[in-house]
Design a protein around this ligand. Structure first.
Ligand code: MRU
Length: 387
């Protein structure tokens, strides 16, 4: 199937999350890149379902959709939470947040957002209306902060990479999808690539992995790079070592994160760890880009990170859309599931892995670019963030 999509759309069309009080719409990422369909999320139950089924995905986007789905519910016409006493309104919100916490386990942004939102509703003590108002404003502030944070990550990460590279002809490789679709806008690792592309020194080329088994790279990063007109080539996950050996001008691998422990160990999309090993072997930089909402200062290492395991069906079969229905566009897309492995075989399908800090060159956050102390194998992110 060809990836030559008709892309008259501008970058601003790549908005995974649309919030116009009191309405939340999200771009259905199960239909991308073949159809841009927004779905209305009017309750925390809708938000939970959209996150669990991966209609929305990516660590920052998960947290923001969760927070705003409950905001939409609280502002919805059928809801009376604002009429309750402050205590009851706060209890209701906390219970819905606990429910949203069960949608996906690995990305810490969701738990960080929930902790902050619980504190906000507990601080608003005068009335139910006050509690709801404080909650909605805090959820909206998270949406705005994520865009600003990503722009800073993009700028700081691009400066860091350009500062280390000789010459202008820079190539980088990325994994999974960390762009506008995975965040409130701009993206983290893909935000750095966007910023590099926009900078005077030209980014010559981007390689990106298909990111089996869910194909966030082949479907979503492909789409974002096409929209941005950034020169790029898709490679199989298993082609990366061969690619690094054949092209020394790929200076860095840039990835996002779902959870970074205090020492820099990083959980990210399955396959990230093997990319870091390949980068180390070939002497290339391995850069993690993440907002500080992805840093879990409660964890001293990656050993404590819960890794989501998804259905073995994602590995045993491939899923997509029939080529005919994609070519026809406009008409109804027809989902096709093609069984690859023989019936009776079992598969292991961890959605994430943990890359040891030792293999990571730098952690780029909106607050700065952090590197390890001379001779150290680990970061001290607690110290870096408190400076
Ligand atoms: O399973 P997904 O698609 O939610 O996984 C996404 C990733 O692993 C991303 O790299 C990470 O969330 C960072 S997104 C800015």
């Amino acid at each position: 199937m060809s990836l030559s999509l008709s892309l008259s759309s501008s970058a601003s069309k790549l908005q995974a999350i649309r919030w116009v009080r009191p309405r939340l719409d999200i771009l259905d990422q199960l239909l991308l890149p073949h159809a841009s369909t927004y779905i209305d999320i009017s309750s925390s139950a809708d938000g939970h379902r959209a996150i669990a089924t991966m209609q929305t995905r990516g660590a920052p986007a998960i947290a923001i959709v969760a927070a705003l789905s409950l905001a939409a519910e609280l502002l919805g016409s059928s809801h009376q939470v604002a009429q309750l006493e402050a205590e009851s309104a706060a209890t209701f919100i906390e219970q819905r947040l606990d429910y949203l916490a069960t949608s996906r386990p690995t990305a810490v942004n969701l738990f960080d957002a929930i902790r902050k939102l619980k504190a906000v509703v507990r601080n608003a003590v005068t009335s139910g209306e006050d509690v709801v108002g404080a909650y909605v404003s805090a959820a909206e502030a998270m949406l705005a902060a994520d865009v600003a944070d990503n722009q800073n990550i993009g700028r700081l990460g691009a400066e860091f990479i350009l500062g280390r590279s000789l010459g202008n002809q820079l190539k980088v490789l990325t994994h999974c999808n960390t762009g506008a679709l995975a965040t409130a806008g701009h993206g983290t690792a893909l935000g750095i690539i966007r910023s590099l592309h926009a900078s005077d020194k030209s980014l010559e080329h981007v390689y990106f992995t298909e990111t089996r088994p869910y194909n966030q790279g082949a479907r979503l990063t492909a789409y974002e790079l096409l929209v941005e007109e950034i020169p790029a080539t898709l490679v199989c996950d298993s082609a990366v070592s061969a690619l690094l050996r054949s092209d020394p001008s790929i200076r860095a691998i840039v990835v996002g994160a779902d959870r970074v422990a205090r020492n820099g160990d990083t959980a990210n999309k399955i396959g990230t760890y093997q990319l870091a090993i390949a980068a180390k072997f070939h002497g290339r930089d391995f850069i993690v880009a993440a907002p500080t909402t992805s840093i879990d200062l409660d964890l001293d290492s990656g050993a404590g990170i819960v890794i989501e395991e998804r259905s073995q069906d994602e590995v045993l079969a491939t899923e997509g859309f029939s080529a005919e229905s994609v070519v026809a566009m406009g008409s109804e897309l027809k989902r096709a599931v093609v069984r690859v492995a023989p019936v009776g075989v079992a598969a292991w399908n961890p959605s994430f892995d943990v890359t040891p800090a030792e293999l990571i060159t730098a952690v780029v956050t909106e607050k700065g670019v952090f590197v390890k102390a001379e001779g150290a194998n680990e970061f001290d992110l607690l110290k870096s963030l408190s400076n």
